[in-house]
Design a protein around this ligand. Structure first.
Ligand code: F6R
Length: 242
């Protein structure tokens, strides 16, 4: 992993935005893998700024999001589709049909997951996958114990993730228990990964991901097997790296 450490999350987000910008300029019809959560928010804000002020053109870009809560539709304020509309898609010139988020209300999840993977392949595969990391070391919703060869599927959320996300739902009991998520194997097939982590609460997960053993208990550690991962951290998240 190529590790870049910036003093704060703001400058790290700008650094992350540079990798996306370079790709979109070089390959206008690139395929981006996108994440939700608090981590990429300021990078998305920076990309919106570049679109509005510098003409960064997303008209040919295709996107695939990592995951979605089961049971939540696009109008639910905590759904990841809603998040992506609010935090990125509604503010750039990407045609809606070119954005893909797993459907949390699919009638047949097995078929839906297979089709999601097939669509990624038909689009030529993911050029750059944006990733955050959970405090338990998960990427996407690949909770501890997920197979490192896993594909897009349904996954039960870990207790730690439910606790971490309770703040958005107004209580742990309101957090969905299941999510549709790309698998670790799916993520490892992307050509390049942009792995972002900010804040002291991510320091252990970052250390375990970058320098720990490769283990299904920390699914982000599988990124050590990938040829091209760029880790962009702030000093707080990187403080346990030797
Ligand atoms: C979101 C996702 C998750 C988050 C992780 C960190 O699409 O795949 O793995 O990246 O839970 O969340 P934040 O950024 O909110 O700390």
């Amino acid at each position: 992993m190529r590790v870049i450490i910036e003093s704060d999350a703001q400058s790290a987000s700008r650094r992350g935005a540079n990798f996306v910008t370079d790709l979109v300029r070089k390959k206008p019809n690139c395929v981006l893998g996108l994440a939700t959560g608090s981590t990429p928010q300021s990078m998305y804000r920076e990309l919106i700024r570049r679109h509005k002020e510098e003409g960064l053109d997303f008209s040919q870009v295709r996107t695939f999001n990592l995951d979605e809560y089961v049971g939540l539709g696009p109008a639910h304020p905590q759904s990841y589709r809603y998040f992506m509309q609010q935090n990125l898609f509604d503010h750039i010139n990407i045609p809606p049909a070119q954005t893909h988020v797993p459907d949390g209300r699919a009638l047949d999840f097995e078929t839906h997951c297979r089709q999601y993977e097939q669509l990624i392949k038909e689009c030529g595969g993911i050029d750059l996958q944006v990733l955050g990391v959970g405090t338990d070391g998960h990427i996407a919703f690949n909770e501890p114990g997920s197979s490192l060869g896993s594909r897009t599927r349904l996954k039960t959320l870990a207790t730690e993730t439910i606790r971490d996300n309770a703040r958005f739902f107004g209580g742990e009991d309101k957090v969905p228990r299941l999510a549709v998520t790309m698998g670790v194997g799916t993520i490892l097939e992307s050509r390049r990964c942009l792995f972002l982590a900010f804040g002291p609460q991510k320091a252990i997960a970052v250390r375990d991901t970058v320098e720990g053993p490769i283990t299904a208990q920390v699914t982000a550690s599988a990124l050590q097997l990938h040829r091209e991962v760029i880790g962009v951290f702030d000093e707080a998240a990187a403080r346990l790296l030797v």
